[in-house]
Write a protein of this length. Structure first.
Length: 393
């Protein structure tokens, strides 16, 4: 007897979420006995799994309150469009992946129209950072949260949010991260007198790049003056290459700009140290074993709301380890001279470097799971689908 198709509504708003969603759907296809049909919003990863996206999901790649406000009319239009399409499709389950400014608003509308539809949230909103009340506000429209950081289930429990499970982070199973980590573990830090390679990672968004790259340029100039033969490499996305080259065109010492995936991981393997924009890349560097210093410039509205932010650090490795593994500089304290001195210390066999590598090992250990993240996530989605009872929110 054939098994009926499982209709999954899935919504991912950014590249990172699209990768998570694609892994989950691939695992779901392995675990479910029948065909899996998709409806929703996503990028290349989900499209490879058979999704025809309702619209180009790059429209949702927004960050910071000012960007949200600027794109609010489009955001509202897409929220309504997406919710209407999901409601009309009457799927078996709705999975929303990250991008809470968009996905949670869709989920609320869908739950109102389809109160018995199971809803799973992949990537826990950062209720541990600010707006703790969001945890309880998720209860009416979220049945289960799939967390990618190991401390999040306990935080959600304390805040009274929906049931939450740590499924693991995709980076701990990423083949490039694993290969780079292995290669770097087998090598030793270069002697102090040898020329070093410093990697620059100013972010993937235009606003990040324009705010941070000039400070990285100050560090490049000072490092070059203080250290003979120092090499700099700057991996960036192809769509940002022109912007990056425009910013660095007048630098007295220019980094090597690379855009390919292979070139990026070659840089990760070769770099003695890095300076990077705060975000997922800091965790990526930590798991791969690249010593780094973190920097970030928030938009002006976030600066005004600093008092409401509960978190003590923005670096994910620090949160997982529960102490300051990675040094970080935010807003007014961002200085090229600070990056210069950290780059010098972290690129040689020093106590700060050894301490950081010890912290990275702790982060790696705490983030391990028995099953790959996508597999575990798919199991929970099927379990929620099986156990969801009509009228139960």
């Amino acid at each position: 007897m054939s098994v009926r198709a499982l209709k999954v509504a899935i919504i991912a708003g950014e590249v990172s979420g699209d990768l998570l969603a694609a892994d989950l759907i691939a695992a779901l296809k392995q675990q479910y006995a029948g065909p899996v049909e998709l409806i929703g919003v996503g990028g290349e990863g989900l499209q490879a799994q058979g999704l025809t996206s309702l619209f180009d999901f790059s429209e949702l790649s927004i960050m910071g309150i000012t960007q949200v406000l600027a794109k609010l009319p489009t955001l509202v239009k897409r929220i309504r469009q997406t919710a209407a399409a999901v409601i009309a499709a009457k799927p078996d389950v709705l999975v929303i992946v990250d991008s809470p400014d968009f996905t949670h608003r869709v989920a609320k509308r869908v739950r109102t129209a389809l109160p018995d539809l199971p809803v799973v949230n992949y990537v826990c909103p950062s209720v541990w950072a600010w707006k703790e009340y969001r945890a309880q506000r998720m209860l009416p429209y979220i049945d289960h949260v799939l967390a990618v950081l190991p401390f999040e289930p306990e935080v959600m429990r304390k805040l009274g949010g929906p049931p939450t499970s740590y499924v693991g982070h995709r980076l701990t199973a990423d083949v490039d991260v694993l290969a780079t980590r292995k290669a770097r573990a087998a090598s030793k830090p270069r002697p102090a007198h040898e020329p070093k390679t410093i990697m620059l990672l100013p972010g993937s968004r235009g606003s990040e790049i324009t705010k941070l790259l000039p400070y990285f340029g100050d560090a490049v100039a000072e490092l070059s003056a203080r250290n003979d033969g120092m090499r700099f490499v700057l991996p960036t996305a192809p769509r940002r290459e022109a912007m990056v080259r425009e910013i660095i065109k007048d630098w007295p010492v220019k980094p090597e700009v690379v855009t390919g995936k292979d070139d990026k991981w070659k840089a990760f393997a070769e770099a003695d140290a890095a300076m990077a924009a705060s975000g997922t890349v800091i965790l990526e560097l930590g798991l791969a074993g690249v010593p780094t210093v973190s920097a970030y410039k928030t938009d002006w509205i976030i600066k005004l709301m600093t008092g409401k932010i509960k978190i003590w650090t923005a670096a994910i490795p620090n949160l997982v380890a529960d102490y300051a593994v990675v040094p970080e500089y935010i807003n007014e304290v961002v200085r090229g001279a600070s990056f210069t001195r950290w780059a010098e210390k972290l690129s040689s066999d020093t106590l700060p470097r050894r301490s950081m590598m010890e912290g990275y090992d702790l982060v790696w250990e705490r983030m391990q799971t028995e099953k790959p993240p996508g597999v575990h996530a798919a199991e929970i989605v099927l379990d929620v689908l099986k156990n969801k009872k009509p009228g139960q929110n």
